[in-house]
Design a protein around this ligand. Sequence first.
Ligand SMILES: C[S@@+](CC[C@H](N)C(=O)[O-])C[C@H]1O[C@@H](n2cnc3c(N)ncnc32)[C@H](O)[C@@H]1O
Length: 241
Amino acid sequence: MRRWLHALAPVGAGASVLDLGCGSGQDLKQLARYTPQIERLVGIDISQTAIDRAVAEFQGDPRAEFVCGDLSKHLPFHDHTFDLAYSVNTLECIPDKESFLRECARVLKPQGQIVMAHFDWDTQTFDGADESVVRKVVHAFNDWKQDWMAAIDPWAGRRLWKYLQSTGLYSGQVFAYTLTNTEFSPGNYGYEQAISFEALVRRGMISAGEYGCFRESLELQSEAGQYFYSITMFAYVGTRK
Ligand SMILES: C[S@@+](CC[C@H](N)C(=O)[O-])C[C@H]1O[C@@H](n2cnc3c(N)ncnc32)[C@H](O)[C@@H]1O
């Protein structure tokens, strides 16, 4: 899925790239690997821990720069700086999406590219013995505003078109990629999601019995070689008008 995302954003020699909500810089790392001629790689994230990790990851790479900053505010970059504005799974956390997308346009060069990508959380599919329990557990997660998020939007994926269109600043289209897993084991996204759902019990959003029923049915499916998970990533790919 990441390879698919990176291929949506072909950048040429001398390009400058901004990753908004860069986390520990993994996407920038891959983009730099595929396109070594990128001249400037900049990541911004509100989490100092994530920024520290990104800085450590890129140590010694003079092209890289990481900024701890809030995307809800004025972006700390000059007008017309970047060839590509790239962001994955971050837009839902920004309360005023239009103002954020206007800031992205401001820092992009004219005709600069934008790749704004997001899971649509309600496309998450798990199978299970009790459909109502699976729905309850998955929807509880989808609607959960975690402490580090200033806002949530479980439908951010399907709303990318609306959000970008409403600014009138971009011309583009939406692409989709469905990630599938058939292995219920560490390192697979569906497995990591299912394990993280246990936090919903501690927060009183589902009962321990409901989580146990959900988890047990996934393990039984796995033992039978029948486990299946999917989630769809949507990506708006466009240019600044
Ligand atoms: C789900 S993670 C995605 C990280 C990375 N883009 C990826 O795809 O792996 C969302 C990221 O957005 C950052 N974030 C959330 N709200 C933010 C804000 N208001 N300003 C800057 N970063 C923010 C979080 O710290 C986190 O690193």
